[in-house]
Design a protein around this ligand. Structure first.
Ligand SMILES: [Zn+2]
Length: 376
């Protein structure tokens, strides 16, 4: 079973890749396929939020359904452009036609554009086209949530709903108006979405419904595993700060991919240059002064040749020479801050322990190396 994920241009490519990588970490028969970004046409419609309450409220479609949200410094009343559900589903449909997507495949548009009924996501009457709203999650999850989690969660929930129900009316009929920590909670007050994600559960009546619907078990397993890893991640973020317990880290395979084990096996995506520096500092807990990087040329070259795909010997040499040139240390510092940013996005303030930071006259990763495991 294939699910095509399409990204509208305003949804950050890195966030999109992160969502995709997160979905990929759970094994199963559902295959997610990323696509080229698309540019949405201008919208003639606007949504007007009179106040915070209206921002946080979903509206029922005429045939009946709901969801809604938002944070940052938002000043009300506020008006912004929106797309109608019909417009968003039409974009999925156009994508199908343009790319000869089989009717059996699923198409999901991930877009930063708001929709007229103010939902987190929705499905069309074919039960094969969806949109997921990718913006405004900061309003519902404070302390800069990593947006990949709520977005991936919505993707999993909508796929599950399309397997549980024959049509949209059935979804509306079975949705829980009062939040009970079930993935079928309607969350008319969009704030309730955090409860639903923290439980990642299915209530007894929904369990019965799923049992009666003859859904393939391996589909269910993959979707539940995805929701469970998101739940673990959200809880870990809270608890690790509370208990001062960082996640263990695993470096895997010949590409030395970095995974945080206790965050639902979350991958931290570093590019080859960043990863080259990261592996060096990881291997040197004592720290390295930027002016001494030149002493580690051989080790850096070995990492970079292993990680880069476009690597002629000359190109590797020139990248490494630049990296170890103290006069260009500012470039290395920029890499360090990008690395730090990726860890703090995933871990909140806790990410500092995993970053390469200046301590005295050296840079180092302070993380307890007992938490680091390297596996082939
Ligand atoms: Zn339920």
């Amino acid at each position: 079973m294939k699910v095509h994920l399409i990204r509208s241009e305003g949804f950050d490519i890195e966030d999109f890749n992160n969502v995709f990588n997160l979905l990929k970490t759970t094994k199963g028969p559902i295959e997610f396929v990323p696509s080229e970004p698309i540019v949405l046409p201008e919208s003639d419609n606007f949504i007007h939020y009179e106040d915070l309450k209206s921002f946080e409220k979903k509206h029922m479609p005429e045939w009946s359904m709901v969801h809604s949200y938002m944070p940052e410094e938002r000043v009300f009343p506020m008006t912004k452009p929106v797309f109608t559900w019909e417009q968003l589903f039409q974009i999925c449909q156009d994508f199908r036609s343009a790319n000869n997507i089989p009717d059996t495949d699923y198409v999901m548009l991930l877009t930063e554009q708001a929709n007229d009924l103010n939902w987190f996501g929705a499905i069309d009457e074919s039960m094969k086209n969806y949109f997921i709203h990718t913006a405004d999650w900061d309003h519902y999850f404070q302390n800069n949530v990593d947006v990949r989690f709520p977005i991936a969660y919505e993707i999993a929930v909508w796929l599950l709903r399309s397997m549980m129900f024959r049509n949209r009316i059935e979804i509306i009929d079975n949705i829980h108006e009062n939040a009970q920590g079930c993935m079928m909670d309607f969350c008319q007050n969009k704030k309730d979405i955090t409860i639903k994600m923290r439980t990642a559960d299915v209530c007894p009546s929904c369990t019965e419904l799923i049992t009666n619907r003859d859904i393939r078990k391996n589909y269910l397993k993959q979707l539940f595993d995805t929701m469970e890893s998101i739940r673990k991640n959200l809880l870990f973020r809270q608890r690790s700060v509370l208990l001062n317990e960082p996640s263990s880290m695993q470096i895997r395979g010949y590409r030395k991919d970095i995974y945080l084990r206790d965050l639902g096996d979350l991958q931290i995506n570093l590019n080859p240059k960043e990863k080259t520096l990261y592996l060096l500092y990881l291997n040197h807990p004592e720290g390295i002064n930027l002016s001494c990087l030149i002493d580690h040329k051989e080790e850096l070259t070995a990492y970079y040749s292993m990680l880069t795909v476009s690597g002629s010997t000359e190109r590797v040499e020139s990248v490494i020479n630049k990296m170890i040139d103290y006069r260009q240390a500012v470039d290395v510092s920029i890499q360090f801050s990008k690395i730090k940013n990726k860890f703090t996005t995933a871990l909140g303030e806790f990410g500092n322990q995993y970053a390469i930071e200046k301590v005295g006259d050296k840079h180092k990763i302070v993380l307890n190396r007992e938490l680091v495991q390297i596996v082939d």
